[in-house]
Design a binder for this molecule. Structure first.
Ligand SMILES: NC(=O)c1ccc[n+]([C@@H]2O[C@H](COP(=O)([O-])OP(=O)(O)OC[C@H]3O[C@@H](n4cnc5c(N)ncnc54)[C@H](OP(=O)(O)O)[C@@H]3O)[C@@H](O)[C@H]2O)c1
Length: 258
């Protein structure tokens, strides 16, 4: 199926590793040119080289920190100068502080502040800068990576759940305001996705990791490929009538009907 992404321009934030990196590769595999935003310049340059070699599209490293206004400004200016606009923005973010803690033990204001700036404010700053670049040459797509914990809070995830609920609310407002310009705004809400940790601090103990596999009806962890496929679908032409929605990838963990 032609997803209508060939020649489109896609931004992926927080993409020097992990899920963001895989999403950038998946969009490039569909023929989209990609702008790559994260703090590690060397990793972005290596990823851009891989993408151009594998998929023959233009991949542009845009080093920067989502929490910094000046970096968000520079990103928007770069997108306008290099691509003349933007079609798809995937708002992935860094993780909440580790190690994860029970809610009653989350008493450290610095951890709350770090989670707020990384997961909510960073996503808002980028969304604010990039939506004006969209819609001139066809429909725009904004897709945020949140968490299924927003619908069913998971143990030890308060720092993440609180601010991803904020992202979900912010995107719903944006969807309402940007729809008339042909821009769709949606969330992908994963949970229990197999992801190697790179911070040197394991997010989960061995027992917690084992217990996580039992937290959904499929009794396994989800794959990166499954998350990427959902993002690519929401970015596609065919997803044009979906906006203000959240697509959960949780193996059936959330027990509600909707
Ligand atoms: N695995 C799951 O089941 C699951 C479920 C729900 C949600 N999530 C969320 O999905 C997101 C991606 O997860 P992951 O496992 O791929 O994380 P990861 O491997 O730790 O990668 C995080 C990425 O974020 C970038 N980053 C961090 N802070 C940044 C900042 N201030 N500005 C720009 N880029 C920044 C990092 O690059 P630099 O260090 O180079 O900046 C890195 O590329 C996380 O927010 C995670 O909490 C995961």
């Amino acid at each position: 199926m032609d997803l209508g992404l060939k020649g489109k321009v896609a931004l992926v934030t927080a993409c020097s590793g992990g899920m963001g990196r895989n999403i950038a590769l998946a969009l490039a595999a569909e023929g989209a040119h990609v702008a790559l935003f994260a703090r590690s310049r060397d990793k972005l340059e290596a990823l851009a080289a891989d993408i151009e070699r594998l998929h023959g599209v233009h991949a542009l490293p845009c080093p920067g920190d989502m929490r910094e206004a000046a970096d968000a400004d520079r990103l928007a200016a770069t997108l306008e100068r290099e691509f003349g606009g933007l079609d798809v923005a995937v708002l992935n973010t860094g993780r909440a502080p580790v190690p994860l803690r029970a809610t009653v033990d989350e008493t450290d204001g610095e951890r709350w502040d770090a989670a707020y700036r990384t997961q909510l404010w960073g996503a808002i700053q980028i969304a604010q800068r990039v939506h004006p670049l969209m819609g001139a040459a066809g429909p725009g797509r904004i897709i945020a990576v949140t968490s299924a914990s927003v619908q069913q809070p998971m143990p030890h995830h308060a720092l993440s759940t609180v601010f991803r609920a904020g992202v979900t609310a912010y995107l719903k407002h944006l969807a309402n305001e940007l729809g008339a310009r042909g821009i769709t705004v949606n969330c992908v809400a994963p949970a229990l996705i197999e992801t190697p940790h790179r911070t040197g601090v394991a997010a989960y103990t061995a027992e917690q990791a084992q217990a996580r596999k039992k937290m959904n009806v499929l009794q396994r962890m989800g794959s990166q490929e499954e998350v990427c496929a959902a993002v690519v679908f929401l970015a596609s032409r065919q997803a044009g009538f979906i906006t203000g929605s959240t697509l959960r990838l949780d193996g059936g963990m959330v027990g509600t009907l909707f």
